[in-house]
Ligand binder design. Structure first.
Ligand code: GTP
Ligand code: MG
Length: 618
C-alpha cells in the first residue's frame, strides 16, 4: 500500500525554500493623538515637504482657500486628496502614500478611536508603527494616553511621539521636556518606550522633513528621519499558514463543477500540492491550483496576497472558516475565549446582552460571560468588581460565542487574533484574543476534528447529492416527555416524506445503543458518549444525502449540543414533543401530544421547508 502523503514524515516532503516575493519595501504608519493636536497637519506637511503631492495640488488648495477667504491649512490637503480618490484616482479615504528612497509609506490618518480600530483591525494591512501627536501647548490629554495604551494593546511597539505646535510655546525646550517626561512616564507604566520624541511645528514645517533652526537645542531626528528608523516587521511568510475564507466561488464556464476558495493570505505561504485544513470544520483537502485574480496563475502565494485556489477533493466549506496547513500549528477552535477589548459603544457593554464578533471573515454572536478587570486607559486605574464596561474603557473579559470559531491568540498570529465587536450594525469595540478557553464541547470537537481530518471523501460531492435528491440533508431530533409518542411521530413523518419522493431515514436511539454502543454501559455517565455516537451515525447518513429523523427521550440543551458538535450545528433541528417541558432545551419547535396527533407531520414538514431542507412542491 502506498501511504498517503500526509502520513509521510515532514522531512520527506520539504521543498526547496522559495524566496518570498521581492518585497516592495512598504511601511504602514498610523497617526494618532488627541483631537486638534495636528495629526492631519503633520501628514499634510510630510506629503508637501517630501514633494509627494500631485503636481499643482498645493497651489490649488491655497487658491481655493483664498477664494473662500479661509486661512490655508495643511490638513485640507488630505481632504483634497480624499476628494480625488472619490473620483477614482489615487488615494482612499483612510490612507495616503509617499515614498522615500528607502521605502514606500502608507500613512493612516486616525482622527478618532473608531477609525483607529478599523484601520488596525479591519484594514487591509495594520500599522507597524505609529506617530503619536501631542500639542505642546495643550500638553498630554486623555487621548494621548488612551491611544498610547491602545497601540500597546494592539502590539504596535514602534512609536515616535511628535510634540507639535512648538511655535505656540516659542520653541522652548522646557515645554518639550515637560511632555517628554509626562508621556514617557505614562507609556512606561505598561512597558512602552517610544523610539524618540520629536519637537515640531507642523504649521511652520519645522522638524518635519527639514531640521529646524528654531529648535537648535534639539539633536534628535526629524519626523521623516524617525519614520526611516522604524524597522519593517519580519514578514509573516515564515509563520504558520492562515487564510480566512472570503468565499467559495463557482467557475462560470459551462459544465465546470470546480470551486475556487478565495481569501487573503494573512500569514505564511501556500503552494499547489499543499494539504490544507479548514477550521472550525476540520475538513481537509489538497491545493490543486492557485488562481490569480487578473494575474497569470502561479504556483505560490504569500502573506498579504489575495489568492484563490481549487482543491483536489470536493469538500463543503464556506466563508468564515480559516484555512491552515497540515504539519503546522493549528488555530484554536472554541466557543470561549479570554480577550482584552476596547469599548466604544454609546451604551455600556453589558453582560448577557448579545453582540456580534467579527474575526477574520467569521462573524459569530456572543455574550460576555465574565468581566475580569476594567482599566481606564487614560489613567490606568482598574476595577475588578464592575459588571458593565463604559465607553472608552479597556476590559479583560471572557466571551461566550454562540457557535465555535477558529482563531489564534494575538501573540501567535496578530491578524487572526484581533476582532471587532458590532452592536446594532455599528462597530462598537475591538480587541485581541489573549487565550483560548475550553468549553464543555471540547472533548467532542477534538474527535470531530480528527474524524474530519481522516475522512475519506467519495467521488460524489455533497452538492451533487443535493441536486440529485432535491433536498438538503438535515438531522431532525425529536425529543420530549418520556411518555410522549416520539417514535410514532417520527415514523409518520418518515412515511410521509418517503411517499413524496424524499430520501429519508428514521434512526431511533435504540438502533445505536445496542449495536454501535455495545461496548459501553447504558449509564448516566456514558450518556454524552452515547449521544456523540448517535451524532456520528447520523453524520454518515447525512453525508449520504439523507434527511435523518432521530428520537431520544428528555434531551437537555447540553445533550443536543453534543449532537450538534458531531454533526455541525447548522444541520440539526430539535423538536420537543409533550405537554410539559421537562428539560432546559431550547427547541426549534415544541408540540403538545394533541397537536402532534392532529398535524404533527405537517408541522415538521413546515419546519423542514423553513430551514431549506426540502422545497415546497411547485
Ligand atoms: P482632528 O483630525 O480633528 O482630530 O485634528 P488633527 O489632529 O488632525 O489636527 P489638524 O491637523 O486639523 O490641526 C488642528 C488645528 O491646529 C488646525 O487649525 C491647525 O492649523 C493647527 N495646527 C496644527 N499644527 C500646528 C502647529 O504646528 N502650530 C500651530 N500654531 N497650529 C497648528
Ligand atoms: Mg485630522
Amino acid at each position: 500500500m502506498i501511504p498517503s502523503t500526509h502520513m509521510l514524515p515532514r522531512a520527506d516532503r520539504v521543498r526547496a525554500p522559495a524566496a518570498a516575493p521581492a518585497a516592495p519595501a512598504r511601511m504602514h504608519i498610523v497617526v494618532t493623538g488627541h483631537v486638534d493636536h495636528g495629526k492631519s497637519t503633520v501628514i499634510g506637511r510630510l506629503l508637501a515637504d517630501t514633494g509627494s503631492l500631485p503636481e499643482g495640488k498645493l497651489e490649488a488648495v491655497r487658491l481655493a482657500c483664498e477664494r473662500n477667504a479661509k486661512p490655508f491649512e495643511y490638513a485640507f490637503l488630505l481632504d483634497a486628496l480624499k476628494d480625488e480618490q472619490a473620483q477614482g484616482i489615487t488615494i482612499d479615504a483612510a490612507r495616503v502614500f509617499f515614498k522615500t528612497p528607502r521605502r514606500q509609506y502608507v500613512i493612516l490618518d486616525a482622527p478618532g478611536h473608531i477609525e483607529f480600530l478599523k484601520n488596525m483591525i479591519t484594514g487591509a494591512s495594520s500599522a507597524e508603527a505609529a506617530l503619536l501627536v501631542i500639542d505642546a501647548q495643550e500638553g498630554v490629554q486623555e487621548n494621548s494616553r488612551r491611544h498610547g495604551f491602545m497601540l500597546s494593546m494592539l502590539g504596535v511597539s514602534q512609536i515616535a511621539v511628535v510634540v507639535n505646535k512648538m511655535d505656540l510655546v516659542e520653541y522652548r525646550q522646557e515645554a518639550f521636556e515637560r511632555i517628554v517626561a509626562e508621556q514617557g512616564e505614562f507609556l512606561a507604566r505598561f512597558g512602552v518606550t517610544p523610539q524618540c520624541f520629536v519637537p515640531v511645528s507642523g504649521l511652520m514645517g519645522e522638524n518635519i522633513v527639514a531640521s529646524s533652526r528654531s529648535l537648535a537645542w534639539y539633536r534628535g531626528p526629524t519626523v521623516l528621519e524617525a519614520l526611516e528608523t522604524f524597522e519593517n516587521r519580519a514578514p509573516l511568510t515564515s509563520a504558520a499558514f492562515r487564510m480566512p475564507v472570503q468565499g467559495v466561488y463557482k467557475f462560470t464556464e459551462h459544465h465546470d463543477t470546480r470551486r475556487i476558495v478565495a481569501g487573503t493570505v494573512e500569514s505564511g505561504r501556500i503552494s499547489a500540492g499543499d494539504e490544507v485544513i479548514f477550521y472550525p470544520s476540520g475538513k481537509k483537502s489538497r491545493v490543486e491550483r492557485l488562481e490569480g485574480f487578473n494575474q497569470p496563475s502561479r504556483t505560490e502565494a504569500f502573506a498579504a496576497e489575495a489568492v484563490g485556489f481549487t482543491l483536489t477533493d470536493q469538500i463543503y466549506i464556506g466563508r468564515g472558516e480559516i484555512a491552515a496547513m497540515t504539519g503546522q500549528r493549528k488555530p484554536h477552535v472554541s466557543t470561549r475565549m479570554k480577550v482584552s477589548l476596547f469599548w466604544l459603544g454609546r451604551t455600556a457593554l453589558a453582560m448577557r446582552k448579545q453582540y456580534l464578533l467579527k474575526l477574520g471573515t467569521g462573524r459569530v454572536p456572543f455574550t460576555v460571560e465574565q468581566i475580569h478587570r476594567i482599566v481606564d486607559a487614560s489613567d490606568l486605574s482598574t476595577s475588578e468588581t464592575r459588571t458593565t464596561v463604559e465607553r472608552h474603557e479597556v476590559a479583560e473579559c471572557t466571551l461566550a460565542l454562540s457557535r465555535p470559531l477558529a482563531f489564534d491568540t494575538a501573540d501567535e498570529c496578530p491578524p487572526t487574533g484581533r476582532f471587532v465587536i458590532v452592536d446594532n450594525f455599528e462597530i462598537s469595540g475591538g480587541g485581541i484574543v489573549r487565550q483560548a478557553l475550553p468549553d464543555n464541547q471540547t472533548w467532542v470537537r477534538e474527535k470531530v476534528l480528527n474524524r474530519n481530518y481522516k475522512w475519506e471523501p467519495g467521488s460524489v460531492s455533497a452538492e451533487r447529492r443535493m441536486e440529485r435528491y432535491s433536498q438538503k440533508p438535515v438531522l431532525l431530533v425529536i425529543t420530549g416527555d418520556t411518555d410522549a409518542d416520539r417514535k410514532g411521530l417520527a415514523r409518520d413523518l418518515e412515511a410521509r416524506l418517503f411517499d413524496e419522493g424524499r430520501h429519508v431515514y428514521f434512526l431511533g436511539i435504540g438502533n445505536v445503543l445496542y449495536g454501535v454502543d455495545a461496548d459501553i454501559e447504558r449509564t448516566g455517565v456514558n450518556r454524552p458518549e452515547h449521544l456523540r455516537r448517535l451524532g456520528e451515525v447520523a453524520n454518515i447518513l447525512l453525508d449520504a444525502g439523507l434527511i435523518v429523523i432521530a428520537t431520544a427521550a428528555a434531551l437537555t440543551q447540553e445533550d443536543v449540543e453534543v449532537i450538534r458538535t458531531s454533526v455541525g450545528s447548522d444541520r440539526v433541528m430539535a423538536v420537543w414533543l409533550g405537554d410539559r417541558m421537562t428539560t432546559d432545551l431550547t427547541s426549534d419547535l415544541a408540540l403538545t401530544q394533541l397537536e402532534a396527533d392532529a398535524e404533527g407531520a405537517n408541522r415538521l414538514k413546515d419546519l423542514l421547508h423553513d430551514c431549506g431542507a426540502i422545497f415546497k412542491p411547485w
